[in-house]
Design a protein around this ligand. Sequence first.
Ligand code: AMP
Length: 249
Amino acid sequence: MKILVAVKRVLDANVKVRVKADGSGMELANAKMAMNPFCEIAVEQAVRMKEAGQAEEIIAVSIGPQACQEQLRTALALGCDRGILVTADDEVAPLQVAKMLRELVEREGAGLVILGKQSIDSDNNQVGQMLAALGGMGQGTFACRAELADDRILVTREIDGGEQTVSLELPAVITTDLRLNEPRYASLPNIMKAKRKPIEQLTPADLNVDTDSNLKTLRILPPAERAAGILVESVEDLVGKLRNEARVI
Ligand code: AMP
């Protein structure tokens, strides 16, 4: 079985987000970028399945500018076999990403697609679900466990107040939640080896996808500034402040 893993380049989760003065987006100039954390979990899941003899090949796919090669190289260093970069200079909307992935699933004959449950930059939580619908595949979203059972995959999902296990026919789509696994770090020898692994470059047109989108971001605003909190010495102190300063009791 071939596994396709979608990896997105996003602002590093440890970087403080700054919004552009004109509200048109995030300030990305000179900012540290990284693989979306949920995509790291997706890569780890695919690598574990390959190590368990359940997959022959893992293909990492990224859609975006040339710089996405960095995240593809990271995926290759973590154990993916080859990469595909679909080049696009502007932000690609979730539906267009899903259409490109659907085309790649077909071309590659992938048996499983693993994606993050959401991108931490745009917070869409859409691509996996759209891909499953477009490709007529079953979906196991918010996965915290995934086990292959013959020609099906059992995916346990994190849902409100508990877990739900679904049995999906292959090919299927999984989106990863935090508890699925703990991603490994790439070792230095594997980082060196990854430099020799192939990355194929395609354009959206090669995949018959038009990147014109009916989705337009109008404005991005930072959250309102909040006053710093304080530590109170005792319960009496807290009650006093709630009564006399905040006047809420
Ligand atoms: P989203 O629906 O945008 O929150 O993204 C969910 C998941 O879809 C991400 O964690 C990635 O696995 C995948 N994805 C979204 N955008 C891209 C992209 N430009 N390139 C590769 N994968 C993507």
